[in-house]
Design a protein around this ligand. Structure first.
Ligand SMILES: Cc1cc2nc3c(=O)[nH]c(=O)nc-3n(C[C@H](O)[C@H](O)[C@H](O)COP(=O)(O)OP(=O)(O)OC[C@H]3O[C@@H](n4cnc5c(N)ncnc54)[C@H](O)[C@@H]3O)c2cc1C
Length: 422
């Protein structure tokens, strides 16, 4: 079926997932004529924003400068929750834990200290007494921050889309963008159903960003992830009231997890699961026995009361930049085009504020938010690295991999999982 609309849009948003749904809303709320184009359904489980829950936390070991954005993200989540009339944000507290001198514990503590965030530091056994589901080594420290919790991502996307439509946005699902071209003062977008023109283009295509934005090709690299939900043998220990969300650095790697919500099991995953770089169109979406075993081994050691039968296993995609920070910028050659990377496995919590930033960039080319850490040129022109950006990656680039997509081979640095962000 071919659908061609006459007239021109103020902005076209490509990809109506976590970031694009929010961007569509904040643009429409400013009175802009918006077209949102999504290749799958609304919502769907083919990208990076499915699986019932996403952690949100104020303590931020990845870099303390994220905290200001998080404060705004929380405000906007509460606002859209009110507009939607539906619960989107759950507060459970958050635990960031690891050995005392680990980047996860120390980074989290540093962000609390710098931003004056309420927090407590507990040993592994103190944490177990407070939250009995946890059994961490006693020589590990846990930073507990009361504002942490989780979002319900599919509901957030639906809420933003509904609110955008109420403001007049047109949102088309199951319509794939094939290409775009710059025009004098605008863009033309060709899809598998038609062709559209707009003054501005916002690309929030998640794992497919690299296909649609030339300057992100090779810098936004999709990676397969696997999640497990296990039925707790002591369910009272894994309820949202007494099981804070977690980020743990342990001998086996860095893991994150949630209380029981949406599925009759507690959910967790390992960051950079098996370090499998993928093409988003040919990703192995099956979860295998070896994926499950890796995850169960972790849970048996640190959450022994959580290890009943498996309730579900799902795959999903991180899309990583070389330094694991976001890329949010205006295209270096076309000022009418802006983009947001899918944020290296830690972006969902920011989707509300990134939506606002994308609306700012499309509207005026600038934003009041500090996005200096996310500029593209830190990755393309290392000598222009802003002082707040993380140090250049050296160790770990050694195992750089080559990825074939669209007939092009692309090499990129493999970022080690455990690395200083700050
Ligand atoms: C397993 C897992 C766990 C995570 N846990 C957390 C967490 O706890 N907390 C946290 O903050 N973050 C977390 N993240 C990261 C977070 O989920 C992502 O940063 C976020 O979902 C990315 O949102 P996005 O809008 O960029 O991508 P998506 O939500 O995938 O949206 C991109 C959209 O673009 C569409 N699209 C692509 N190409 C086209 C095209 N050509 N035409 C039209 N549409 C197109 C896609 O279909 C998709 O809907 C996790 C990620 C994964 C995979």
């Amino acid at each position: 079926m071919s659908v061609t609309y006459s007239g021109r849009y103020d902005a076209i948003v490509v990809g109506v997932g976590g970031m694009g749904s929010a961007a569509s809303y904040y643009l429409a709320r400013r009175g802009k004529r918006v077209l949102g184009l999504e290749r799958f359904g609304l919502p769907h489980a083919m990208g990076s924003s499915h699986g019932h829950t996403r952690i949100i936390r104020l303590a931020y070991y990845e870099h303390p400068s994220y905290v200001l954005l998080l404060r705004r993200a929380y405000e906007l989540w509460r606002e859209i929750q009110k507009t939607a009339g539906e619960r989107l944000l759950y507060t459970t507290g958050s635990v960031d834990s690891g050995p005392e001198d680990s980047w996860v514990f120390k980074g989290s503590w540093e962000s609390c200290r710098l931003h004056d965030l309420p927090h407590e530091v507990l040993t592994g056994s103190e944490l177990h007494r407070r939250y009995p589901g946890y059994r961490l080594p006693d020589d590990h420290l846990a930073l507990v921050q009361p504002d942490g919790g989780f979002l319900a991502p599919e509901k957030c996307i639906v809420s933003y889309v509904t609110a955008a439509q109420a403001q007049g946005a047109e949102i088309h699902a199951r319509e794939r963008v094939l290409e775009w071209e710059p025009l004098e003062g605008g863009v033309r977008v060709r899809t598998d159903r038609g062709s559209y023109e707009a003054d501005k283009l916002v690309v929030t295509a998640g794992a497919w960003d690299g296909e649609l934005v030339d300057v992100l090709d090779g810098l936004a690299v999709p990676e397969r992830q696997v999640l497990a939900w296990l039925q707790p043998t002591r369910p009272e220990r894994f309820r949202p009231e007494n099981f804070p969300v977690f980020n743990l650095l342990v001998d086996e790697g860095r893991f994150y997890g949630f209380p029981v919500h949406g599925v009759p099991g507690f959910k967790f995953g390992k960051y950079h699961h098996l370090e499998e770089v993928v093409d988003p169109d040919t990703l192995d979406r099956e979860a295998h026995d070896y994926d499950e075993q890796l995850l169960r081994d972790f849970a048996e050691r640190y959450f022994p009361d959580g290890c009943g039968p498996t309730m579900d296993l799902q795959t999903c995609m991180f899309t990583n930049t070389p330094d694991n920070h976001f890329v949010i910028d205006v295209h270096p050659d076309y000022e009418q085009v802006s983009f947001a990377s899918p944020c290296s496995g830690h972006g969902y919590k920011f989707a509300s504020v990134i939506g606002e930033i994308m609306a700012d960039l499309a509207d005026t080319g600038i934003t009041r938010h500090d996005i200096s850490l996310f500029r593209l040129d830190r990755l393309t022109e290392p000598t222009h690295r802003p002082s707040s950006a993380p140090p250049p990656i050296t160790q770990g680039q050694a195992n750089g991999q080559v990825h074939e997509r669209n007939g092009h081979s692309r090499s990129f640095p493999r970022v080690p999982d455990v690395r200083p962000f700050w």
